[in-house]
Write a protein that binds this ligand. Structure first.
Ligand code: SAH
Length: 213
């Protein structure tokens, strides 16, 4: 069984690896990751590793969740778009640090499970949507922050359009799984500024939503 001790050990490990933002660490501490992983993996819920979830997808490694969250520099007025709800773990962490999260997932099964988990935890400021993340979520645009948790070759144009000026996107980009880089894209008055951050390994950002699942 995963325990409170495992959770504390994980937080200490994230600190050692360089996550310094106390609010981010606190948000991670406030989300029981064991509820987001498959029952077969509950014992490993607080290890700093990615784990398989339904529909052949993965829940990201806690360090990467913490790192991406820290780089978003969130505040409680921010409206955030997440592409790739997956287990909703990242969305749950974000929910503690911003005003509202809109999260898009292409699998209905994942979206349903995500909604169930969020409701169970009493999280009311995350809206999950089934759709194609390549298109973003125009009805709620523009967004202060956009976080993409699946990898693409280039940042989707629709997402760049839906990012507010002064806003920031964090997205894994790369040709192959072995060459992905987490990239920060700031939308400034002078245009887009890209900063490479960290080598990562995400599942691909697939085109189109799943038609039948
Ligand atoms: N943020 C998740 C991890 C997501 S894994 C978590 O915290 O658990 C990446 C997710 O992106 C998968 O669930 C996958 O189905 C989804 N995905 C891939 N391409 C997509 C697209 N075009 N639109 C929406 N979701 C997509």
């Amino acid at each position: 069984m995963a325990s409170a001790k495992d959770q504390i050990e994980l937080i200490m490990q994230l600190r050692r690896r360089g996550i310094r933002d106390a609010k981010v660490l606190c948000a991670i501490e406030g989300v029981p990751r064991e509820l987001f992983v498959d029952e077969a993996f509950t014992d490993h819920a607080y290890q700093d590793i990615a784990l398989p979830i339904e529909c052949g997808q993965t829940i990201s490694q806690p360090y990467v969740v913490a790192f991406m969250t820290e780089k978003l520099e969130l505040d409680d007025r921010h409206k955030v778009l997440e592409i790739g709800t997956g287990s909703a773990y990242q969305a749950a962490v974000l929910s503690h640090l911003c005003r509202r999260v809109y999260s898009v997932e292409r699998w209905r099964e994942l979206q349903k499970l995500a909604d169930h988990r969020l409701a169970e935890l009493g999280i009311t400021n995350v809206t999950t949507i089934i759709g194609d993340g390549w298109l973003g979520w125009p009805p709620q645009a523009p967004f202060d922050r956009i976080i993409v948790t699946a990898a693409a070759l280039d940042a989707p144009a629709a997402l760049l359009d839906q990012l507010k000026e002064g806003g920031r996107m964090i997205i894994p980009l790369g040709e192959t799984r072995d060459e992905q880089q987490l990239v920060q894209i700031d939308k400034t008055e002078e245009g887009l500024v890209e900063t490479p951050l960290l080598p990562v390994r995400f599942v691909p950002l697939v085109h189109g939503r799943v038609k039948r699942d």
